[in-house]
Design a protein around this ligand. Sequence first.
Ligand code: HEC
Length: 168
Amino acid sequence: MKKIFIGLLIVLVAIQFIHPSKNLSGDTQKDISTLYPMPDSVQVIVNKACADCHSNKTNYPWYSKIQPVDFWLENHVKDGKRHFNFNEFASYRIGKQNKKLEECIEQIKEGEMPLSSYTLIHKEAILTEAEKNILTNWYQKIVDTIHANYPADSLKLKGRNPKPNEAK
Ligand code: HEC
């Protein structure tokens, strides 16, 4: 028993020296605002509630220095960015832009985003109804603009057929 405990302790100490690379580039050359100007009222909400996981720059809390917290945290950032990145939005094809914005609206309305594990600590990221409306109205306006300018056919995503009961 004692040996197991000491073994665990050694592992715990050892992993303190391993840290995945951080999301700090802050590159905004392809930011969504280069296509669709983002009002300050929207920017403030995105910054506090979404940007840590969906942009090229994360504000790391002090406890990100502690392992295995950092592994867990970095995983969320990587996963979040892979799905959707405000700072890379302008590089998406129009169909993908449309889809991601529609997903944003859905995720916010259903209360799926920001992740509850995030709002547990970042209380300021819990969105009020008014804040949800500001965000979703802005996304909807862009979706409407896209639909007004592109035929429905050109917005279809090719080669991506989510299974009917794909876990979300
Ligand atoms: C703590 C990190 C975190 C925060 C904060 C966060 N997200 Fe996410 N988001 C993720 C992760 C991880 C995924 C992918 C896994 C999943 O869907 O749960 C994701 C998925 C998404 C998706 C789905 C994209 C797809 O391809 O299915 C959208 C849209 C999204 N987030 C929008 C938002 C918006 C808008 C906010 C702010 C209101 C936000 N997220 C806040 C981590 C985060």
